[in-house]
Design a protein around this ligand. Structure first.
Ligand code: AMP
Ligand code: MG
Length: 413
């Protein structure tokens, strides 16, 4: 039975490996977003449209990393403590006097180093004696000093275009004195669910009906990626209506995303609609769950159809939709980092496709399989913390073997 359905999917063309999908996306689609400038406080999550070159040294001047005493390293004895007279005191934000020869100057964290000083001794390592201070030997030259430009030198690249700005990026841009940032304009994404069985509250469920989970989930994923969602609602399983609604959406948005209706079944009309009114780029990908998906264009507007089962919808959106959306949004796609856990289970697997199973990676580093596995089991994503990735070539996994895992938090934008 399983064998039969595998063959049905394989018929009429080979399954694309995931790496090839990403390469196909890169060669088929281009950035569709414009450029605008925004205030830095609104820039988090936005895509940098230009490289940022540091307009100043960061830090802008040499300063002390600690509360202590600035001195010339050459004045320290190497074999016993050195007494130095204390001359001058500098707080952060204030100008120091040049350091007198053979003296130390009191400095606080962030204060400019006095001219002539090349080392700072932490106050905890000094013995204060009235007007002088006893310095312990053994400190290295340059200790506890932060040099001008040591973080980013002026003129160097601070952040590269295509980066989705994270909170620390915003901190870096602020430290460089930048106030307005060139970013990509948000993509407008038309979103549809498909299926005669789907309803939306406040409607009550009639026999055979279910509530639409995917539109809410995909809206959340898209919103986190900075897209503006144009809600197309629920499409009934009707070929003409599917075609006309997709055509209309394609003419008004930058990207069309649908869920459901992409299999080869009789009630599935999304893939055939793309073929009828546009162009199908590919639709068979060697991953499970998540196959088939439909990637194509309608009237020059890219379109992605993910499967209807919510888990498959989420996983394909994250592994195929994300690189596609990043491409369209002018963002550089960063595949989610895989970390290795120890498998807490064994399994057998079909050769030639990549499988993703939901696991809980415990604090010990052991990954336990979520007991309910189906592509429709929503709790397999809400009650776990990672996707274990089983490579194409693997056919058997044993307990204790290393298991590549993607943290779910990385997949959720
Ligand atoms: P399909 O991909 O259209 O063949 O749908 C596969 C399975 O996913 C079916 O059990 C559908 O009822 C279910 N499904 C499709 N769309 C949704 C949705 N938006 N929310 C929840 N379940 C869905
Ligand atoms: Mg359906």
């Amino acid at each position: 039975m399983t064998q039969l359905s595998e063959d049905r999917f394989a018929m009429g063309g080979k399954l694309l490996p995931l790496e090839e999908v990403q390469a196909r996306i890169a060669e088929t689609f281009e950035c569709r977003a414009g450029i605008e400038t925004v205030a830095l406080r609104e820039a988090v999550g936005r895509v940098l449209a230009e490289d940022v070159v540091a307009p100043i040294d960061l830090p802008p001047f040499a300063n002390s990393a600690v509360d202590g005493y600035a001195l010339r390293h050459a004045d320290l004895l190497t074999d016993r403590p050195t007494p130095l007279p204390v001359r001058g005191k500098t707080f952060a934000g204030h100008l120091p006097q040049p350091l007198e020869p053979g003296a130390a100057a009191r400095v606080f964290t962030g204060a400019m180093l006095p001219a002539g000083a090349d080392t700072v001794q932490m106050q905890e390592d000094c013995e204060e004696r009235g007007d002088s201070v006893l310095m312990r030997p053994g400190i290295g030259r340059g200790a506890n000093c932060r040099m001008a430009g040591e973080d980013v030198p002026r003129g160097a690249s601070a952040l590269e275009r295509g980066r989705r700005l994270m909170p620390p990026d915003v901190g870096l841009l602020a430290a460089l004195g930048l106030e307005r940032i060139a970013v990509r304009t948000p993509l407008r994404v038309a979103l549809f669910s498909t299926g005669d069985e789907l309803v939306q509250p406040p409607a009550r469920l009639a026999p055979g009906q279910i509530y639409d989970a995917n539109r809410a989930m995909l809206t959340a994923l898209l919103t986190r990626l900075g897209a503006v969602v144009v809600d197309g609602g629920i499409l009934p399983d009707d070929p003409e209506l599917t075609q006309s609604r997709l055509r209309e959406a394609a003419s008004r948005t930058d990207f069309v995303l649908t869920s459901g209706g992409v299999s080869a079944g009789e009630g599935d009309h999304v893939r055939s609609a793309i073929e009828a009114i546009g162009e199908l780029t590919f639709w068979k990908v060697a991953i499970k769950p998540g196959r088939p998906v439909a990637v194509g264009q309608v009237r020059g507007t890219p379109l992605l159809g993910v499967p209807g089962n919510p888990v498959a919808a989420q996983i394909t959106f994250s592994l195929i939709g994300r690189p596609l959306l990043d491409r369209l949004a002018g963002a550089t796609y960063q595949p989610p980092r895989r970390l290795f856990a120890k498998s807490g289970f064994s399994l057998r697997k079909k050769l030639g496709r990549r499988e993703y199973i939901r696991v809980i990676v415990e604090a010990s580093g052991v990954a336990q399989r979520y007991p309910k596995e189906g592509a429709g089991i929503l709790t397999s994503l809400t009650h776990t913390n990672a996707l274990a990735e089983l490579p194409e070539a693997l056919t058997q996994l044993s307990i204790g073997e290393p298991l590549a895992c993607i943290a779910l938090s990385l997949l959720h934008g």
